[in-house]
Design a binder for this molecule. Structure first.
Ligand code: KIV
Length: 272
């Protein structure tokens, strides 16, 4: 369905139905204003826990809390009217048990109004994903590089380079699909593995640093715009916003300091 003819917000089922069809376009957003700008161009918006690094300057996503996700999820829901909004469950809020995951996911969905949640992990999360889906919570999976496991993986590294690791990531993608996930984010894997996962599962693969051999792509908006201090090697930028902002701020500072700051008198109506 083209974005121009959409009359309602997309759902998880709409995204699932796009397997092998038109490529799915997705970006992250954490704010009402960026959500409003990207909404007409994307199929879903992820309120990613990357907000911990991008907005708050943390080195990893581990410190992110459910309160942070709810606050930014609400903001994005106010900005977006057509795309599906998916909100990440942050580290420590769902891994302990399927009941804990349900409580967190239900809170996020009630308090933000989002249409789905995303959680990280493959086979080990399959039982939890099934539990959530059976109880009315659409779940997006996330395999390959899972940033919440930064401390056990040992950094933000390409995953699945050797055949055994590649098989295990493919098995993870199959397990979350069989459990009922409507789509699976595949992060930082080489193209042959991305292709074999896309061929092996019945729901869309959404790549990030995982080559074009996926059913769709997602990027962190600030990385894509060239606004982030640091971006992973695999990020393709489509803008250079840092330079534009620096230029505008320099012009503003020059105007203030040089006395060339414009008078606003002409915009105020004289009192009658
Ligand atoms: O948190 C996030 O932004 C993500 C994307 C990188 C997929 O999980």
């Amino acid at each position: 369905m083209s974005k121009q003819t959409k009359v309602r917000r997309l759902t998880a089922n709409d995204i699932r139905a796009r397997k092998g069809d038109d490529p799915i376009v997705a970006l992250t957003s954490y704010h009402a204003h960026t959500a409003r700008i990207i909404d007409p161009f994307v199929d879903f918006i992820l309120v990613g826990d990357s907000l911990g690094m991008v907005m708050h300057g943390y080195e990893t996503t581990i410190p992110v809390t459910v309160d942070m996700m709810v606050l930014q999820g609400r903001a994005v829901m106010r900005g977006a009217s057509e795309s599906l909004v998916v909100v990440d469950l942050p580290f420590g809020s769902y891994e302990e048990s399927r009941e804990q995951a349900f409580r967190t996911a239900a809170r996020v969905m009630k308090e933000t109004g989002c249409g789905a949640i995303k959680l990280e992990g493959g086979a080990r999360m399959a039982d939890t994903i099934g539990f959530l889906v059976e109880r009315g919570i659409p779940v997006m999976g996330h395999v390959g590089l899972t940033p919440q496991s930064f401390n056990t993986i040992g950094g933000f590294k390409v995953q699945g380079r050797d055949p055994a690791a590649a098989d295990s990531i493919r098995d993870d993608a199959k397990a979350v699909t069989d459990a009922g996930a409507f789509a699976v984010v595949v992060e930082a894997v080489v193209e042959p593995l991305a292709r074999s996962i896309t061929d092996a599962i019945t729901v869309p693969t959404i790549g990030i640093g995982a080559s074009p051999a996926c059913d769709g792509q997602i990027l962190v908006l600030e990385d894509m715009l060239g606004l982030s201090d640091w971006t992973p090697k695999f990020v393709q930028t489509f803008g250079n916003l840092s330079t534009h902002i620096e230029g505008a701020v320099r012009d503003y500072a020059d105007a203030v300091k040089s006395g060339a700051f414009p008078s606003m008198d002409h915009v105020y109506k004289p009192k009658t």
